[in-house]
Write a protein that binds this ligand. Sequence first.
Ligand SMILES: NC(=O)c1ccc[n+]([C@@H]2O[C@H](COP(=O)([O-])OP(=O)(O)OC[C@H]3O[C@@H](n4cnc5c(N)ncnc54)[C@H](OP(=O)(O)O)[C@@H]3O)[C@@H](O)[C@H]2O)c1
Length: 298
Amino acid sequence: MDSKQVVLITGSSTGFGRLMAETLAHHGHTVFATMRDPAGRNATNATELRELAKKESLPLHVLELDVTDDASVEQAVRTAMEQAGRIDVVINNAGYGVSGLMEATTTEQAQQVMDTNFFGCVRVNRAVLPYMRRQRSGLLLHISSGAGRLVIPGFGFYCATKFAMEALGEAYRYELAGQGIESSIVEPGAYQTAVFGNFVIAADKARTDTYGAANQIAGKVGAALTSTAGNAQEVADAVLRIVETPAGERQLRNRVSALSLGVDEINALCASTQARMLEAFGLSETTTFVRRSAAANY
Ligand SMILES: NC(=O)c1ccc[n+]([C@@H]2O[C@H](COP(=O)([O-])OP(=O)(O)OC[C@H]3O[C@@H](n4cnc5c(N)ncnc54)[C@H](OP(=O)(O)O)[C@@H]3O)[C@@H](O)[C@H]2O)c1
């Protein structure tokens, strides 16, 4: 396979998605930087990316993709396939958080954040996998969080979406190994992006009248996260390294943070525990990555 990859990224208007798009394109990878509403709410962001691509002759294209909309996801994947002929890497990056106590979060707010952060990945992976299976290669990358391994009070539903994403990304890894397709997870710590300003606040405050000091938890955690937030380019650089790692050699989990907070230890313990479970169920061989040669008729 050509070492230059065709990469589709969700949520490329700002933050990690934007930096990943620019970084990967600067390294010669063909990037489909997708975002919702590039003609409206993200018109400035879309124009900036297109102008950068033009000015620096970068293989960087903007496409519309709302991860909560099946038709939008399928259309973006189809367009990228038509333009580039293949998709080597999908980066499931679009996401946002809900801040506030669990009981103050309405069912609708919980469903909406799950629809973006978890079902968004489900939609995107399902749209791209038939192409990757025909190619007999590909990488599904999931931008999770340390909050996908540790439960942070005041951000419980955000954690729940990222825990769900972790299970999705790991299960796909085992099931796709024989297809020559990898699934990996990135677990950033706190980084300076628009994410903190975009947190949705739990709406049903009347529910927490009796919670007393617990009402301060989300504020305390938010302050701790923003005061320790690092330079988001570190995450884009880590993703570049993963994309450029040869197929079959990429790790399942990639923690990116100045602070481990125990996430590395959890990952190491889970890796050995999962391996024991797969062996006990007679699945070790079936879940080991197999390099496939490209389909002759593709
Ligand atoms: N920054 C951190 O400290 C941190 C740490 C760990 C994990 N993460 C994760 O990293 C990912 C990127 O976040 P970020 O920090 O870069 O924050 P960000 O700047 O707020 O970026 C979030 C992106 O997701 C997009 N998005 C939201 N809903 C969408 C939808 N329905 N369809 C398509 N795109 C949608 C946003 O687009 P709009 O502009 O249209 O809203 C935006 O481009 C998220 O999954 C987040 O959970 C962030």
